[in-house]
Ligand binder design. Structure first.
Ligand code: GTP
Length: 505
């Protein structure tokens, strides 16, 4: 089974099995599904089930009668997927077959809305096919407006839930659409910085053969184009049919437009929460155009769509950021709740939880469970002699020493309370626990914290109670602590600075 068949939704899987090439789109969704036969026919990668507007735009379809490429306005594939019922012969570039492109709206019982099904079938005789509706070269303004709106609705569904990695692509699709429909040579998005006094060209579409200036148009200060910025902020539109006729106060703008060979320019402000965030625009290069009412309407629509998308992405990022901060704060709180404030090792609460969990784990796996309780000898005298602050420092050093002994999974050093510490040693039998207790005492001796007031030794020492048992379901963590505590009591009674192993007797 290939990855494609495993991840496809059930219905798509059925379409995939059909030998006929077809594309499928639910009205309200952005995805255009291509089955295996369609991908093969359209020469697209075999694992690409979902197509974007750009994928579709890049499929070069020719009008077989004229052997001419369809432009964006007449692109029958985009028309079909935008909801137009079609039956039209098309040719694929680099493919000698003529195909019948047939699109129809279908009502499926398991979707709320109508869906569009597009089939592509090889045909022999174009003459036999009743073609509806015929795309004509001289399209009326109304038809053009309708085609534009359909394409925009296709692009806007893709923009609604756009993933970060597809954002630029979809914005460029929208720019291509507005550029084509406004018969422009270049279309673009500029975004302002937070202070709205600097702009950068972030996205661009250029017609074949037209030069791009995006790389140079970064961080342009408002002061460099004062006439333009003033008009855009005041009217939210900057429309110039003939750059040559710009007034004298637009000298800076004229110079810039001349440098880019721009004859006509149309820009519309992009607003988010009533704040200017940038603008979309298009240029005529080397030829002039009187912008129409429709051009302005299209540009405004695309500007609004892109502004909303950028705003949504910003909201999403700030939400993700906030969520991250909350998670971090939560993690820190959790850590604080389980950490001893003075020594930064686990506190009593964490000790109880871990001991309980490890006991259950050892009981399930019939493993021994070891526990060491360690109490510093003559610590009252230490405090009295060296002061409470020095006592705190000694506790911290001993805590670190114990923490460093824990290496295996489930092992934990914790402050039990006051000058008393615990070591949980899951999987350690009594011999391993005894070895660990001796190791701790050796390490403590090496640490050599001076304690001249002690009657036990010249440095700080500790007494240790040791217990290890294979627990059963009836053993609780308090049984273990009680046993270790008894052994510790015995160690103190035995003269301190020693270890005692708990025995059942
Ligand atoms: N500096 C400091 N001292 C603490 C802290 N917690 C407990 N202590 C001190 O630890 C000392 C414990 O004294 P005791 O319980 O009498 O025992 P001890 O003097 O260590 O004598 P033995 O345990 O019998 O060897 C007390 O003086 C407490 O004030 C702490 O957080 N910081």
């Amino acid at each position: 089974m290939t990855e494609r068949t495993v991840t496809l939704p059930h219905f798509w899987g059925l379409l995939d099995a059909l030998p006929i090439a077809l594309l499928y789109k639910e009205n309200t969704k952005a995805e255009v599904f291509a089955n295996v036969a369609a991908l093969k026919l359209l020469q697209l990668p075999a694992n690409k089930a979902v197509l974007s507007v750009s994928d579709l735009q890049h499929i070069k379809l020719l009008c077989p009668a004229k052997q001419q490429a369809f432009n964006l306005l007449h692109n029958p594939l985009l028309q079909a997927l935008s909801g137009t019922a079609l039956q039209q012969p098309v040719a694929l570039e680099h493919c000698c077959d003529t195909l019948l492109l047939h699109s129809t709206s279908v009502a499926l019982s398991f979707t709320l809305h109508n869906s569009i099904l597009v089939t592509l079938q090889p045909i022999n005789n174009i003459g036999d096919i009743p073609v509806l509706p015929q795309a004509v070269a001289d399209t009326s303004e109304l038809e053009e407006a309708l085609a534009f709106d359909k394409l925009m609705s296709l692009i806007s569904t893709q923009l609604i839930n756009v993933q970060d990695n597809m954002l630029d692509q979809h914005i460029e699709d929208a720019l291509a659409a507005v550029g084509e429909f406004c018969h422009a040579d270049r279309s673009y998005v500029f975004q302002f910085n937070n202070d709205v006094d600097e702009m950068s060209n972030t996205h661009e579409w250029v017609r074949a053969g037209i030069s791009t200036h995006k790389a140079q148009l970064q961080q342009i200060p408002e002061a460099a184009l004062p006439y333009f910025c003033q008009q855009l902020k005041r009217d939210l539109v900057f429309a110039v049919n003939e750059v040559a006729k710009l007034p004298a106060e637009a000298a800076a703008e004229k110079q810039e437009f001349d440098a880019e060979d721009i004859q006509s320019v149309l820009c519309c402000a992009m607003l988010a929460d009533d704040k200017l965030i940038g603008f979309v625009g298009c240029d005529m290069v080397s030829r002039q155009r009187n912008w129409t009412h429709n051009d302005l309407r299209r540009m405004k629509l695309v500007g609004e769509m892109i502004a909303n998308t950028l705003q949504n992405v910003r909201y999403r990022h700030s939400l993700q950021n906030m969520q991250q901060q909350l998670l971090q704060a939560n993690l820190e709180l959790q850590q604080q709740a389980s950490q001893d404030g003075l020594t930064a090792i686990a506190n009593r609460r964490q000790l109880d939880t871990s001991l309980q969990n490890e006991l259950q784990r050892c009981a399930r796996n019939s493993l021994p469970m070891g526990l060491l309780l360690l109490d510093i000898d003559r610590f009252k005298l230490y405090n009295d002699h060296y002061g409470h602050q020095a006592g705190d420092d000694a506790l911290k050093q001993i805590a670190q020493l114990l923490h460093q002994q824990t290496k295996r999974q489930g092992e934990l050093a914790a402050r039990y309370g006051g000058e008393e510490f615990a070591l949980i040693l899951p999987g350690s039998d009594i011999h391993a626990c005894k070895k660990m207790a001796e190791q701790v005492q050796l390490a403590l001796a090496k640490l050599a914290i001076k304690h001249s007031a002690s009657d036990i030794a010249s440095n700080i020492t500790a007494s240790i109670g040791v217990v290890s048992m294979v627990p059963d379901k009836t053993n609780s963590s308090s049984d273990f602590i009680k046993a270790a505590d008894q052994a510790l009591y015995q160690a103190k009674a035995n003269g301190r600075n020693c270890l005692v192993i708990h025995t059942n007797g």
